[in-house]
Design a binder for this molecule. Sequence first.
Ligand code: DHB
Ligand code: MG
Length: 596
Amino acid sequence: MRTSIATVSLSGSLTEKLTAASRAGFDGVEIFENDLLASPLSPREIRVRCADLGLTVDLYQPMRDIEAVPRDEFTRNLRRARHKFALMRELGADTVLVCSSVSPLAIDDDGLAAGQLSELASLAQDFGIRVAYEALAWGRHVSTYDHAWRIVEAAGHPALGTCLDSFHILSRGSDPKGIEDIPGEKIFFLQLADAPLLAMDVLQWSRHYRCFPGQGGFDVAGLAGHVLRAGYDGPLSLEVFNDVFRQAEAGPTAVDAQRSLLVLQEALGVAELPAPVVPTGVAFAELVTPDAEPVSALLGALGFARTARHRSKPVDLWELGEARILVNTGPAARRDGTGLAAIGLESPDPRAAARRAEALLAPVLPRRRAPEDAPLDAVAAPDGTELFFCATGRDRELPHWRADFAEVPHDPGPAPARIDHLALVQPWHQYDEATLFHRSVLGLHAQESVDVADPYGLLRSRAVTNADGSVRIALGVGAAPADDTLHAQHIALAVEDVVAAARAFRAAGGALLPIPANYHDDLAARYEFAQEELEIYRDLGILYDRDAGGVFRHCYTRTVGRVFFELVEREPGYRGYGAQNAPVRLAAQHAGRPAR
Ligand SMILES: O=C(O)c1ccc(O)c(O)c1
Ligand SMILES: [Mg+2]
């Protein structure tokens, strides 16, 4: 289907918005009046620019407070409309959006509204223009889609139809099934937006919190299905008022937007994408560092052994049980400092996984970086983390990253361990994008978003997982642009006995993050422990959580660069990540930072 986006959904000047929409593959745009008013380009120049970019101007919007007003007021409205219709001809736009009046002058009289909208449509028709009437959820007398449709139907004018906007319909809890009773040719336009489920004033909700389909809590695909079954054949158009997208760069936002429509069309069965290939495990995590020494010391104290070295690059493989960490001291490290740069995901079909990612507009990375390397399929996540799709040792035909490494002499590692989860820090404006990306591209399931108090701000965190929990990625973000060395990434290692692991780490010279005594006093108030047990937790800085499924005990290493490790002992039924304890951990990490 054709896709369109309202200019209000993107940041920047009108030209920047148009360029971003075109590059992301949109077919058309809704031009928001303010964007036109503020543009140095004339309407005709905008039309040419759109044509050059391969965009149609699908809608001009909005006209406000038009209908059901006293005659003299309506005469002034028609005068205004005549100007706008002439402008739309220059612009090459053939549909105008009229949203239901919020004016105190508006009269609660459907007959009057229908009559005046019909007059407006007659004037529009002279200009070759159609009028699409939309119920704002906070409209003064008309606030539901079925009410707007009754007025359009009563008006019975060929140049008057309705505009459906998923936000207005779903935010009011209207049943979208009734959409199928509207003849498709009378649905002149469809605007799509999702939103998180918030209990707040609907106008504020709409103007600040809309997001792209699949990023919020509404069943936008379900609504769009009703619209298609009604016979609508216009574009799927995104109209998203969002404080974050207004500030973020237009290019990536437009890609995120287009991805949301691809996923929506897949759900509607009108677009076929390569099926998701859900990862089945974590093959490795790759750290980059300019200085291998502190990272090696940390890994060594955790019990990892350096087992192999890359045949042609400055990359070491460290292993502890099934946990594998690559330490890369190549050029990227000198540029970016110590951080988590890549994740290897075990994939049942790496090629197919990469094809899906590509179809969903993920940047595909050059297949490994040297001629003798296994040609691994890889894409970049929105935060820049490289995701490699691996088939470790499963199939001789498939590329095998492990074969790039030559064994080095080492003692067999001691305790069994594996990667429990990886926590990535998202750029502050990419939280919703990151969730949609990991869900749609990797086929992971998103758990609920949790708020975590940090002494200097509020963090949000949301985990995406596969069904058996063998892949868990926690996506975290601060509330605003921040020094994200604080909100560091981490690698959580699942161990059988966290107390033993923490003791062994300390005995090997590792430094655990100290946790204030108040925390453990509070634990004593909340749960019953054998006395020594709590003393052990105090001594090692072990944190404790419990849910209906089981117990979670965990502790943290000091941070190196932008990364730290967590040791976790997770009872199989426990679903969380110790979010309850995160504020204490964050405060302890702040306290432990060198003064600046
Ligand atoms: O918030 C508004 O005013 C507004 C304007 C035009 C729309 O299409 C809409 O859904 C909301
Ligand atoms: Mg709208």
